[in-house]
Design a protein around this ligand. Structure first.
Ligand code: GDD
Ligand code: MN
Length: 358
């Protein structure tokens, strides 16, 4: 007999809650586990409060009402904070996650087969047929981007269970999710020994509509960047910084082309516009993405600092290229490449230690 706490974040799910609670309790009744349910509601004002109060006279369910805060991930964490089972489970309220599968997850953990179990749509036997093409291709890309962080088939999952012993205060202090991917966040930072994915058939929500928005997709990218920096430290940030640099090349060339071909500005001035544009977009991307979690400094002061650092980088780039070409007799393309790497390292060091320092 193992005690299990099921945390269910809700926002405007009044119609789904009774169905979910009843199906969950029926499943637990014919299992060897004991369950309690915590509904974490962000002040939906749709009758959720009364519904849960009524249910609680018959079922082991309680409500944690958050009046000011909003957000799926923080709601889940608030639920875990109040949970006391030997196993913690997190699932959606809208019955996209089959309640009966919770028993299988708990069996796997209590038998010691795994410490962390994910309900996945992407292992044999699982599916999400109701998803349209747009949502599917999005999910595929999202999955590829997360693969180096955790070798799982469904990093977007919101249906998971783990041994609560592993949910230490040390871990809690490191959790800092942006957006929705709380499962991925906990998994990467907990780093549990044995992870299992079991197939689920992801049903379209019973009532109401999804709250997944475009903003959440941007948040996902920021979240991934943070997890990469958590797991791979400076190497990851350097890779992101270099990607931003590469995007600057595209901006630069685009502006030069537009200046010469469309606006008709002489090349030498178009070139200035190209360089200035690339420095600006690089600055913005680095400020709001690469170093997004660092405390923001004055916008223009930091901009100036970035331009100075990058100019130093460019100077070094030039000198190093000349050295490798003229003195070491390397091919000019190879010499240029070495110069670019040297310049990027200066740009990166200056950005990390001066412009966007902690
Ligand atoms: N407390 C709280 N606060 N709950 C929220 C909030 C919020 O701000 N936003 C959403 N929820 C709850 C919903 O009420 C639901 O129970 C659950 O979180 C998931 O929200 P949905 O709106 O149903 O999201 P979805 O179906 O688009 O997303 C599901 O699939 C994604 C993968 O495609 C979720 O399982 C996600 O976790 C998963 O990433
Ligand atoms: Mn849903």
């Amino acid at each position: 007999m193992v005690s299990v706490t099921v945390v269910v974040p809700t926002y405007k799910e009044a119609e789904n809650i009774p169905v979910l609670v009843k199906r969950l309790c029926a499943a637990f009744a014919s299992s060897q586990h004991n369950c309690s349910i915590i509904i974490v509601d962000d002040n939906s004002r749709d009758g959720t409060q009364n519904i849960v109060t009524n249910l609680s006279s018959e079922y082991p369910v309680k409500l944690h009402l958050r009046e000011k805060e909003r957000g799926l991930s923080s709601a889940v964490l608030a639920g875990f904070e109040r949970a006391d089972g030997e196993i913690f489970v997190c699932m959606d309220a809208d019955l996209s996650h089959p309640p009966e599968k919770v028993i299988e997850m708990c069996d796997i953990i209590s038998s010691g087969e795994a410490d962390f179990v994910i309900g996945s749509r992407n292992v044999p036997g699982g599916s999400a047929d109701s998803f349209n093409f747009y949502r599917r291709s999005n999910a595929f890309l999202a999955r590829m981007l997360a693969f180096p962080l955790a070798r799982i088939s469904d990093p977007m999952a919101g249906f998971f269970a783990f041994r609560s012993q592993l949910y230490t205060t040390d871990l809690i202090s490191q959790l800092n999710p942006v957006g929705w991917k709380i499962c991925l966040e906990i998994l990467v930072k907990m780093n549990p020994g044995k992870v299992r994915e079991i197939p689920i058939i992801f049903e379209e929500r019973l009532y109401g509509c999804s709250k997944l928005s475009f903003k959440e997709q941007i948040n996902y990218l920021i979240h991934l960047k943070r997890l990469y920096c958590y797991k791979f430290k400076g190497i990851a940030r350097f890779a992101v910084f270099s990607l931003v640099g590469a995007s600057g090349i595209a901006v630069d060339l685009g502006v030069v082309y537009g200046g010469v071909e469309i606006v008709g500005v002489p090349f030498k001035f178009s070139r200035i516009a190209g360089i200035a544009s690339a420095m600006t977009t690089n600055y913005l991307l680095n400020r709001f993405f690469t170093f997004e979690e660092r405390p923001a400094r004055g916008f223009f002061l930091a901009y100036l600092g970035f331009v100075i650092v990058c100019s130093l980088g460019a100077l070094l780039n030039w000198r190093v290229s000349l050295y490798f070409h003229d003195v070491m007799s390397l091919h000019y393309m190879l010499a240029s490449l070495i110069g670019i790497i040297a310049g990027t390292l200066i740009n990166f060091s200056g950005s990390t230690l001066l412009v966007f320092r902690k």
